[in-house]
Design a protein around this ligand. Structure first.
Ligand SMILES: Nc1nc2c(c(=O)[nH]1)N[C@H]1C(S)=C(S)[C@@H](COP(=O)(O)OP(=O)(O)OC[C@H]3O[C@@H](n4cnc5c(N)ncnc54)[C@H](O)[C@@H]3O)O[C@H]1N2
Ligand code: MOO
Length: 408
């Protein structure tokens, strides 16, 4: 599987940069460094509600100036005078420190102090540029733009910026037996199956890859002609086309032969459980197909492994970041290994004192049993082998909905 993921990461590249208004920048990845056009604060600002004074301190002082947040530049103070200042307000020239109101007594604009004060030069004053210097690099190329970054852009007064275009991912189900859940007949025909893959994958894109745009491509019947037409049409409007079903060895499994005909197939089988028939093909370094097995759980697992890598790569992540985040998890109970294939076992995670993250299996791991994905937080990456891994064994686990900032 590692090799397959490396292949996906190596054959795709970031989509071209586009300019977007910063109000639409959420979930994008920055395509160019952003520098602060002005310092913050842009003027010396008071940290407290109080009185700006010059040093050395004397008393009483005459309060000659009042400076509020948002006011225009206040008049300078001179020896023997002070300025009333609110938090965030400009500190007048001539002032060296601010004394907070709790330490002051002011009657008829005559200011005295309630205790002996030893003030440092600059005390309770934010100097110009102390938060952000003019020209400072505030967001580097490659940064994922979440809520915090949107705030930083606004605080710098940046209204448009260069980001990598968002990958468009189309989801197509295949199979004569597959029915749309929104359009079910009164009585279900014999052999019919409700399409759970498409709703699950469209939701997974929104949940795990919020930087992508999902497109519902519906259901295609099992004929070579319709599969071919559907894939060609989909590839015109999508960067990634996900298909589900029809990718194994059956007589009506047309996805693979069609892909071989219209694209470059890089692999058509992977030693993994579930997901063995996973197939990957490209049209260019910006357009690809990921043909996922029809079994619902295989679909779920292949999405979090293969589709996620492709999407992160197109969205601007480098080869290493595209692979997602795995953490050490301690098994909460014995787990039997598969003799033939490395397995991606669905677990919930709890953080337990002195044990760290403990993984508990979601139960029977059959690739048809979608309940094995219920509430799953991670995929344990189990090696193939004989026997069981005992309770407490440390195993790597891929986080399913992990932290965007540390690698997406
Ligand atoms: N002779 C072999 N047969 C199979 C092999 C093999 O190596 N040799 N591999 C098996 C493995 S592993 C898998 S996984 C499946 C994958 O088969 P397909 O991708 O061709 O999927 P289908 O046959 O179309 O469907 C499999 C299963 O999933 C149900 N399904 C399909 N689409 C949906 C959907 N949208 N929503 C819900 N359920 C869906 C379908 O009804 C079938 O039950 O192949 C094995 N066979
Ligand atoms: O690999 Mo299949 O995906 O066992 O069900």
């Amino acid at each position: 599987m590692e090799e397959a993921l490396d292949k996906i990461a190596a054959t795709l590249a970031s989509l071209p940069p586009v300019t977007v208004p910063s109000t639409n920048a959420l979930h994008h990845i920055l395509a160019a460094d952003v520098h602060a056009p002005r310092p913050q604060p842009p003027f010396r600002a008071s940290i407290k509600d109080g009185y700006a004074v010059s040093l050395p301190l004397s008393q009483p002082l005459k309060v000659t100036v009042s400076s509020h947040a948002g006011a225009s530049a206040p008049t300078a103070i001179t020896a023997g005078t002070a300025a009333y200042v609110t938090t965030g307000a400009p500190v007048p020239q001539g002032a060296d420190a601010v004394v907070m109101v709790e330490n002051c007594l002011c009657e008829n604009d005559i200011l005295t102090f309630t205790e002996q004060l030893s003030l440092q030069n600059g005390q309770d004053i934010r100097q110009i540029g102390c938060d952000v210097a003019e020209g400072e690099l505030v967001l580097a190329k490659g940064t994922y733009l979440g809520a915090a970054e949107i705030g930083i852009l606004a605080s710098c007064g940046i209204t448009s910026l260069q980001v990598f275009d968002r990958p468009v991912i189309g989801v197509l189900s295949s199979g004569d037996e597959i029915l749309d859940v929104g359009n079910l007949p009164e009585s279900m025909p014999y052999g019919a199956i409700i399409d759970s893959n498409r709703p699950m994958l469209l939701a997974s894109i929104q949940e795990a890859l919020p930087f992508c745009k999902p497109i519902d491509l519906g259901i295609v019947p099992d004929t070579e002609h319709s599969v071919r037409q559907a894939l060609l049409a989909a590839s015109e409007k999508c960067h990634i086309v996900i298909t589900t079903g029809g990718v194994s060895m059956g007589r009506r499994d047309f996805i693979k032969p069609v892909l071989e005909n219209i694209a470059t197939v890089h692999f058509g089988r992977v030693l993994m459980k579930p997901g063995k028939p996973l197939t990957y093909a490209t049209l260019s370094q910006h357009r690809c197909f990921l043909a996922l097995p029809g079994n619902p759980v295989s679909c779920f697992v292949c999405f979090h492994l293969a589709v996620a890598v492709a999407a992160r790569r197109l969205a601007g992540r480098n080869v290493n970041q595209a692979k997602g985040i795995s953490i050490d998890v301690s098994l909460g109970h014995d787990i039997k290994l598969d003799k033939q294939r490395p397995e991606y076992h669905r677990v919930t995670l709890q953080h337990v004192h002195e044990r760290g993250f403990v993984g508990t299996s979601t139960g029977k791991q059959a690739s048809s049993r979608l309940l094995s994905t219920r509430s799953a937080d991670a995929l344990l990456m189990l090696p193939k082998g004989d026997g069981v891994l005992p309770d407490g064994t440390k195993v790597k686990a891929l986080l399913l909905n992990h932290y965007m900032h540390s690698g997406l």
